[in-house]
Design a protein around this ligand. Structure first.
Ligand code: SAH
Ligand code: MG
Length: 211
C-alpha cells in the first residue's frame, strides 16, 4: 500500500486491532490487508449491509472489523480449523461481540444451508483458494437481491500472474492454486446475471453484484 495512504487510513486503527494484527503477523495467519479492509468497510457502510456471511474466520480479525461498524450488523462466519476456532472464540469474547458474530466450526462445503440465514446482504469469500468457485456456487443462492459478494486474495501474492507467464519458480502446489484462482476470476467475469469489479488493492479484491 502507498505509505502516505496507509498513514491516513491507519489513523483509525485501535490498540485492540493492532494486537490482533501483530498476532497474525507473528503466527503467519493470513488476515485481510488493510486497504482491502477499507474497501470492505466502505461497501458495508454505503450499502447499509446488516447481514454478512463470511467463509474463513481464522482469528476473527475481519469479522470483528466488520462487526464494529454497527451494532445492527450480524455475521455468520465459517471455520473448519479447530485451533482457529478456539482463537476466534476467545477474540470474539474479548471484543464482547458474541451476540453479533456467530462462529460455526464447520467445513463450508459441508454446512447445511438451513443452519444459516435465508439471505445475506454481503458474502465474504476468504477460505481455501482452490475452492473459491465451489464456495461461490454453494452460497450465492443466499445472496439478497441487492447483495454483494466480495472475494479476497484474487492475486494470490502475484502468483496468479506468474503462473500465466512461466511460473517456473512456483511449486506445483502453488501453480495449481494460482490456476484455480485464475479460473475463478474468469468464471466471475462470465456470469450472465452478475457484474464483477476487480481491484489491485491488498492481495487483490473482486466485488460481484447482480446486474
Ligand atoms: N477472513 C480472515 C482470514 C481467513 S484465512 C481475516 O481476514 O481475518 C482463511 C481461513 O479459512 C483459514 O483459517 C482456514 O482454516 C479457513 N478455511 C479454509 N477452507 C475452509 C473451508 N472449506 N471451510 C471453512 N473454513 C475454511
Ligand atoms: Mg484473505
Amino acid at each position: 500500500m502507498n505509505p502516505y495512504i496507509e498513514t491516513l487510513n491507519r489513523n483509525k486503527a485501535t490498540k485492540a486491532f493492532i494486537e490482533l494484527e501483530n498476532y497474525a503477523s507473528v503466527h503467519q495467519v493470513p488476515i485481510i490487508q488493510y486497504e482491502s479492509l477499507m474497501m470492505l468497510q466502505m461497501l458495508i457502510r454505503t450499502k447499509r449491509v446488516k447481514t454478512i456471511l463470511e467463509i474463513g474466520t481464522a482469528i476473527a480479525y475481519s469479522a470483528l472489523q466488520m462487526a464494529t461498524l454497527s451494532e445492527e450488523i450480524t455475521i455468520d462466519t465459517l471455520e473448519r480449523d479447530e485451533k482457529m476456532v478456539a482463537l476466534a472464540t476467545k477474540n470474539i469474547q474479548q471484543f464482547g461481540k458474541q451476540t453479533q458474530i456467530h462462529l460455526h466450526f464447520v467445513d463450508a462445503l459441508e454446512i447445511e444451508l438451513d443452519e444459516l440465514q435465508p439471505q445475506y446482504d454481503l458474502i465474504f469469500i476468504d477460505a481455501a483458494k482452490a475452492q473459491y468457485q465451489k464456495f461461490f456456487e454453494r452460497f450465492v443462492p443466499l445472496l439478497a437481491p441487492g447483495g454483494i459478494v466480495v472475494t479476497d486474495n484474487i492475486l494470490f501474492h502475484g502468483c496468479v500472474e506468474q503462473s500465466l507467464s512461466d511460473g517456473l519458480n512456483l511449486s506445483k502446489n502453488v501453480q495449481h492454486l494460482a490456476k484455480k484462482i485464475d479460473q475463478y476470476n474468469h468464471f466471475l467475469n462470465t456470469l450472465p446475471e452478475m457484474e464483477t469489479y476487480y481491484f489491485d488493492i491488498g492481495d487483490g479484491l473482486a466485488i460481484t453484484m447482480r446486474k
